[in-house]
Design a protein around this ligand. Structure first.
Ligand SMILES: *Cc1c(COP(=O)(O)O)cnc(C)c1O
Length: 330
């Protein structure tokens, strides 16, 4: 089916703005920087998961679901936005959160609660099993759960980022801008896989550079094969015959720091510099890490001064309120 005929529940305000970052660009001595503001996408403090949820909830409603079940980390933006989208669509919502509940509800956890989601806390290793168990319990009680995988990164949700690439391409054409590169935080893969598929279909010639938040390129858990699988399955869903290899995905894994959701100096500097020069907020877990990577690549000359770069703001600003201690010394 083509994208426009797939089931979709409108949640986003589109197109999201494409904004020049003149002051940040000047501070770094070039390149020309633009930001695609998916943090301003309109639902519940925004973020990339809204584009995926439009198609996931469209599918859930088509299947007659009455409750959504998904999982993520304690401060998951995906879970917060699933909870908000469930409210909009008149569905129930159960969230499986890995980690320890905060002493008092903060950041995204506070928002999950405000949206009336049921929270199930578990260990990281138990996440998938708990997700299945929660869905099973709901079925036993006569409910019709629709299970959304972590990050919404399957072929249903990823369609949202295929569409997003067409949106960006049109905005660039309208403004007469030729972008050499798109830089985006990459973690469960749907965003990058969708953009790469979208670039192929829309004829966008620039590079899509994924800054890995928590995935590696090598070994048994290597991420590029995951990205290739998501992209291929998504192509199939929209009746496009594209095949993908690992090398179709440009991934930088140099900014993993001390691990997932453990921000350090790079994230802190990126958040501070972007707030102070552009009045734009980033989150410590994803967008702060990705911007820290972009700034470092520019300083090292790995991204040229003459280039035009689009940083895709994938959201996550509510994380800031759970990580306020990292700014304590300022
Ligand atoms: C989920 C998320 C990402 C990563 O997107 P994936 O599609 O999971 O790779 C990036 N930024 C933010 C703020 C997110 O919440």
């Amino acid at each position: 089916m083509n994208i426009e005929s797939l089931p979709r529940t409108r949640l986003a305000r589109l197109d999201t703005p494409l904004e020049e970052l003149n002051r940040l660009s000047a501070e770094l001595g070039g390149p020309r920087l633009l930001m695609k503001r998916d943090d301003l996408i309109g639902l519940a403090l925004g973020g990339n998961k809204v584009r995926k949820l439009e198609f996931l909830i469209g599918e859930a409603l088509t299947r007659g679901a009455d409750v959504l079940v998904t999982a993520g980390g304690a401060q998951s933006n995906h879970c917060r936005l699933t909870a908000a989208a469930a409210v909009k669509a008149g569905l129930g919502c159960h969230l499986v959160l890995a980690g320890k509940p905060p002493e008092s509800a903060n950041g995204n956890v506070l928002l999950d609660q405000l949206f009336g989601a049921y929270l199930h806390w578990c260990e990281r290793a138990e996440r998938e099993a708990t997700l299945e168990a929660v869905a099973e319990q709901l079925r036993d009680r006569g409910r019709r759960p629709y299970v959304i995988p972590v990050g919404g990164s399957n072929e249903v949700g990823t369609v949202g980022y295929v569409r997003a690439m067409f949106e960006l391409k049109q905005q660039l054409a309208r403004d007469g801008i030729k972008a050499d590169r798109v830089v985006v935080a990459s973690s469960s893969g749907g965003t990058q896989a969708g953009l790469v598929l979208g670039a192929k279909l829309a004829g966008f010639a620039g590079e899509i550079l994924g800054i890995s938040i928590d995935q590696t390129k090598i070994g048994e858990d290597a991420f590029p094969p995951v990205l290739a699988r998501i992209a291929a399955a998504t192509a199939k869903r929209i009746d496009e015959s594209c095949s993908f290899q690992d090398r179709d995905f440009v991934l930088n894994c140099d900014y993993l720091g001390a691990g997932y959701a453990i921000p350090g100096e790079s994230e802190k500097e990126a958040i501070e510099i972007t707030s102070r020069l552009e009045g734009i907020l980033l989150g410590p877990v994803y967008t702060g890490r990705a911007m820290g990577g972009l700034i470092d690549l520019i300083r090292k000359g790995r991204i040229g001064k003459q280039e035009t770069v689009v940083f895709w703001h994938t959201g996550g600003t509510p994380e800031l309120f759970a990580y306020n201690r990292m700014f304590a010394a300022d």
